[in-house]
Design a protein around this ligand. Structure first.
Ligand code: WT7
Length: 577
């Protein structure tokens, strides 16, 4: 039976009144100043994310409300109240201060999803440090590159991750003064002995708070700088796009090593004073359904790749569980196929609400909100405070596309609070992201006659695997370290589950011959250097790689050949194709 193009919302069916009953009306009435009025500000002036997220609740009526419910890989859940989280983060702030961390210093955090991660991030923010949470599956190379780009002064990690990922490259990170291993007896002693009160550094709205790395097609990863003022957007979008209400139990499945897990796994839910689920374990269909059911999750924020895995696990598993408390489900990271929206409707009893944003935007920009009718396959409408357009670039400017259903580049009017304020050390690259008042997203999209936006594709060839961006350059560099490899070209190959898998083409140095054994060696080498999340899953040997005359590997061509697609313009190709 063909499915209708629209899932209608019946206002009588809402269990709680949506925060945004009418997106279009709210957009017309909205101002960022009024959104900022929902924040408290530091006593005596200033703005600090950690104060808005934790301290204001710890000193108010929600002090004993559960902030984080931690589900360890094995064993019983642990509840951490706002009052406790305030004390834990204060201890961390005191320890960091004791190590000489001052306003503006960079603190990197490489931990699994454990309570100390949250205390460390919030403690570092209280110190006025710029925090860079690292994905714990990063291998030594990506870690080293980022710490060096960000001039990390302190790295917070665990004993196990230190041994596996840090030790080998510790000497190659010259700015690093301290490595704190949260579970080693000395650090535990330091933390336990530290005072449980701390006066939050007086940061202002424009002071940097987070450094989030994102990948480009060429060159080094880019460190997107975000400021304390971003909390106004995290708060507003938590309200509008995630429909957070005070008694919600919220579960954001993203790891804080990616910006979704920071903006919406830490800042937004805490700023709203709700209870967040933190699951230490990796994806497991049975466990996730159990979490949704047993923890009484009311609002769930996840990703298409996870939804596809649940779909793949089959309806039989899902049928063993009930989700009577679940009220709102949202997804981000990649296009959400209409089938996935419908799967939500059928298995969870609720459609999945797609939303769109980027590391650079810091928070959700375009969303299907709770009261909106859902058009499966559309990423929704711009939120209040966000002006989005479809444009065509031309010499010296932009042409705004007015006609509905016309493809073009998605641009946003600059100036929302969580907009990135720079790429660390790459001023030119930052400038190139803007044309006049508009931020250029690099994504292609179209808008329909009802104002819904539809994602078309990315303008470049960054690889999107399991909701994460992977820059080919980084993978190629790691492969090239192997003595047998002459050159490497890396592409994303469409995959029904994770979106794209990383595939590498390598040519070998003289004296080396392709073969199964070498392939296994290269796969293992890449895994060790890059971690499983970033390393290629497939490696193919090639005599030589196609390059442009200027020496750039033509990944676009590798990809076209791999997929049997038209090869396009080959005018810049070097030598015989
Ligand atoms: C890119 C951003 C995911 C948020 C934070 C990290 C793609 C994101 C959607 C969506 C289609 C999407 C875009 C975007 N993307 N959300 N709902 N539909 N594509 O984001 O790692 O900086 O990646 O992810 O291409 O530009 P990121």
């Amino acid at each position: 039976m063909p499915r209708p193009p629209l899932i209608r919302k019946d206002p009588a069916g809402f269990r709680v009144a949506p925060n945004l009953p009418d997106t279009d009306a709210a957009r017309a009435a909205f101002s960022w100043d009024s959104a900022r009025a929902g924040l408290q500000g530091l006593p005596g002036g200033g703005l600090n994310i950690a104060h808005e997220a934790v301290d204001r609740h710890a000193h108010g009526p929600r002090a004993n409300h559960v902030a984080l419910r931690w589900l360890p890989v094995a064993g019983a859940a642990r509840d951490i109240t706002y009052a406790q989280l305030a004390r834990d983060s204060n201890r961390f702030a005191n320890v960091l201060r004791g190590l000489g961390v001052v306003k503006g210093d960079a603190v990197f955090v490489l931990c699994g999803r454990i309570p100390q991660l949250y205390a460390a991030v919030l403690g570092a923010l209280k110190c006025g440090a710029v925090v860079s949470p690292m994905f714990s599956a990063f291998g030594p190379e990506p870690l080293k590159t980022r710490v060096n780009l960000g001039a990390g002064k302190v790295l917070v990690t665990t004993d196990a991750l230190y041994a596996r990922r840090v030790k080998k490259v510790e000497a190659e990170m010259p700015t690093l003064r301290h490595v704190l291993r949260v579970d080693d007896p000395e650090t535990r002693g330091l933390l336990e002995g530290a005072p449980e009160s701390f006066t939050v550094e007086r940061t202002g709205a424009e002071d940097p708070a987070f450094l989030h790395f994102t990948s480009g097609t060429t060159g080094m990863p880019k460190g997107a700088v975000h400021v304390h003022g971003a909390v106004a957007a995290h708060y507003a979008t938590g309200r509008f796009a995630l429909d957070l209400h005070p008694e919600d139990v919220f579960w954001c499945t993203a790891d804080p090593g990616w910006i979704t897990g920071t903006s919406y796994g830490i800042v937004a839910p805490l700023a709203h004073g709700v209870t967040s689920i933190v699951d230490e374990a990796e994806f497991d269909a049975e466990r996730w359904y159990r979490n949704l059911q047993d923890q009484g999750v009311t609002v769930w924020y996840t990703a298409p790749t996870a939804i596809r895995l649940l779909m793949k696990a089959g309806a039989d598993i899902a049928r063993k569980y009930r989700f009577p408390k679940l009220r709102f489900v949202a997804s981000v990271g990649e296009p959400l196929n209409p089938e996935a929206v419908w799967w939500g409707q059928e298995v969870l009893g609720l459609p999945i609400h797609d939303n769109w944003w980027q590391t650079e935007t810091g928070g959700i920009m375009i969303a299907n909100t709770a009261a909106m009718d859902v058009k499966p396959g559309s990423m929704g409408k711009p939120l209040p405070g966000i002006e989005a357009r479809i444009v065509h670039r031309r010499e010296g400017g932009l042409d705004v596309v007015d006609a509905p259903d016309t493809e073009g580049e998605l641009v946003l009017r600059a100036g929302w609070p969580s907009m990135f304020r720079g790429y660390l050390g790459q001023e030119e690259r930052y400038r190139k992201c803007f044309a006049g008042d508009w931020y250029l997203t690099g994504d292609l999209a179209r808008r329909d006659a009802d104002g819904y936006f539809w994602f078309v594709g990315r303008a470049d060839d960054v690889i999107k695997s399991a909701g994460h961006l992977i820059g080919p350059f980084e993978v190629e560099s790691a492969l090239m370290e192997h003595p047998a490899v002459a050159e490497a070209g890396v592409i994303g190959k469409p995959d029904p589950v994770v979106g794209e898998v990383v595939k590498a083409f390598v040519s070998l140095k003289a004296g080396f011959a392709p073969g199964e054994e070498l392939r296994m060696q290269l796969l293992a080498h890449a895994r060790k250097r890059l971690g499983a999340a970033v390393a290629p899953k497939e490696i193919a040997f090639a005599e030589a790689l196609p390059r442009t005359r200027s020496g750039k590997i033509m990944r676009r061509l590798l990809k076209a050949r791999e997929l049997g697609l038209p090869e396009g313009d080959l005018s810049t190709l070097e030598g015989p194709a």
